[in-house]
Design a protein around this ligand. Structure first.
Ligand code: HEM
Length: 449
């Protein structure tokens, strides 16, 4: 018998239902995802046009397939490439294919373990300086603190002393503005005409250009000075393409640095804010982090050794990113027809995976809604293999993973050593934009001595 039905998709939800709920979904898609998964199974579909489907999944097999097993057939969608690159340029995060591979090979060495170890001293000094400034003894919105800290850590690691405080503040302002506008454009596509007409698109493109000009000035000044700073900029300036022996062009360097700022600061700021709130809410866990930090500070003075010994602190951060993964969702599109978790899908199917739901899936996690850092200690940790992806997986695994872990372990340990954290807020509100952000989380920082 001829095969009359070439493709088969999971249960398709009515697009009408989607439009009916569009405004609420736009504000916070997470409750809808949960409801749809519970009702229709771990992968469901929307038919976007006659030939185009969107699949949304929390199935570990789907994630494994698109990120690792058959990653060559899955590119990032236009949302992650075309839209982001309009303002952020063409850096690692926003490109696909051969160009991505070439850039990844070039930049990867700057993020190797021994290079990260060179940056740790700088990171620690920046964290200490930032955390010394928190308002004490009164309820404080924790996100702006962690956001500034994470921005400063990336900025100092990139440029060490080559940029003034005012320049960094301006850069942070621009990156923030552009990111916020980008989210607005993605979430309100029907208002695109208004954004153009009202001059908002132009203004944000100008801001992007201003940040590129600032970066260009810093790079050119560094090249002129011929000084050695042992920071990321030095490492990026020193790398050479294998085939040509050439360095990156100025444009490529600016694109990549912009992406490192964007990918590397908000994600970390979110994770640190969620962790601070979780610690404030769970004093018994906070006490253990404090005891570990005090013990390790006595045993080792070198920050690398300290980080290696701060196992419980690391487990707290892992558990925080399980419940609140800053990169809460990602997507891919297949270049060729494929069979994915039993479904035969046409090329160009948009496949979204919710790390947020995967990390809370009752089949994969015991008591998934409870905050239990012990899940990530010793033998227990093995259970998270294949169902825990805060940094993605496969060839496009976060390049800043080591950087982020060093930074977060140092920051959490330093925070708890110096302050006792409390909160009045029983429940945390989240805003799932491009990253999962906490909303108005207040914590009180009481100095320990
Ligand atoms: C808690 C902090 C962080 C989290 C949760 C995080 C998460 C992620 C995830 C999930 C991806 C993969 C996205 C996908 O496959 O679609 C990614 C990619 C990336 N991240 Fe991170 N990230 C963090 C920190 C950083 C830092 C500190 C940097 C740099 C300083 C960075 C730079 C990048 C870059 C450049 C990519 C693109 C890599 C590629 O496609 O080759 N990230 N990140």
């Amino acid at each position: 018998m001829p095969n009359t039905k070439k493709y088969n998709y999971p249960k398709s939800l009515s697009i009408l239902k989607f439009f009916w709920n569009a405004e609420a979904i736009r504000k916070n898609p997470i409750p809808f995802h949960r409801r749809f998964f519970d009702k229709h199974g771990d992968t469901f579909a929307f038919r976007l046009s006659r030939k185009k489907y969107l699949l949304l999944s929390r199935d570990k097999e789907v994630v494994e397939h698109i990120l690792r097993k058959n990653h060559k057939n899955y590119y990032k969608s236009k949302l992650q490439t075309h839209f982001l690159s309009k303002y952020l340029g063409h850096g690692l995060l926003t490109v696909n294919g051969e160009y991505w591979l070439q850039q990844r090979r070039l930049i990867q060495p700057a993020f190797r373990k021994h290079k990260m170890e060179q940056l740790v001293g700088l990171m620690q000094a920046t964290i200490e300086a930032e955390l010394a400034q928190v308002s004490k003894e009164r309820e404080t919105d924790v996100f702006p603190i962690m956001n500034r800290l994470a921005f400063q850590v990336v900025a100092k690691s990139l440029f060490h002393l080559s940029a003034t405080e005012e320049t960094l503040e301006r850069l942070q302002y621009i990156i923030q503005q552009v990111q916020e506008f980008l989210v607005k454009e993605v979430r309100l596509p029907h208002k695109g005409w208004w954004f153009k007409l009202s001059g908002q698109v132009k203004r944000h493109l100008e801001l992007s250009q201003e940040s590129r000009d600032i970066l260009q000035e810093i790079i050119e000044e560094r090249k002129r000075s011929q000084e050695n700073h042992d920071d990321l900029l030095d490492m990026l300036l020193a790398t050479r393409y294998e085939d040509t022996g050439e360095p990156m062009s100025l444009k490529q360097l600016i694109d990549e640095i912009t992406i490192l700022f964007v990918a590397g600061h908000e994600t970390t700021a979110n994770a640190l804010s969620f962790t601070a709130w979780l610690l404030a809410k769970h004093p018994e866990v906070q006490q253990k982090v404090y005891e570990e930090a005090s013990k390790v500070a006595q045993q080792a003075s070198n920050p690398i050794e300290q980080i290696q010994q701060l196992e419980y602190t690391k487990a707290v951060i892992d558990e925080s990113m399980r419940l609140y993964p800053p990169a809460w969702i990602t997507d891919r599109e297949n270049l060729e027809d494929d069979t994915l978790a039993g479904y035969h899908i046409r090329k160009d199917t948009l496949v979204g995976v919710s790390f947020y739901e995967l990390h809370r899936h009752p089949d994969y996690w015991e008591a998934p809604l409870l905050f239990k850092p012990e899940r990530f200690l010793g033998e227990n940790k093995k259970k998270s293999a294949g169902v825990y992806y805060p940094f993605g997986a496969g060839p496009r695994l976060c390049i800043g993973l080591g950087f982020a872990i060093y930074e977060m372990v140092l920051a959490v340990s330093h925070l708890v050593q110096n302050y006792s954290l409390t909160t009045q807020e029983e429940v945390i509100k989240v805003n799932p934009l491009i990253t999962l952000k906490p909303v108005d989380v207040t914590v009180t920082f009481k100095p320990r001595s």
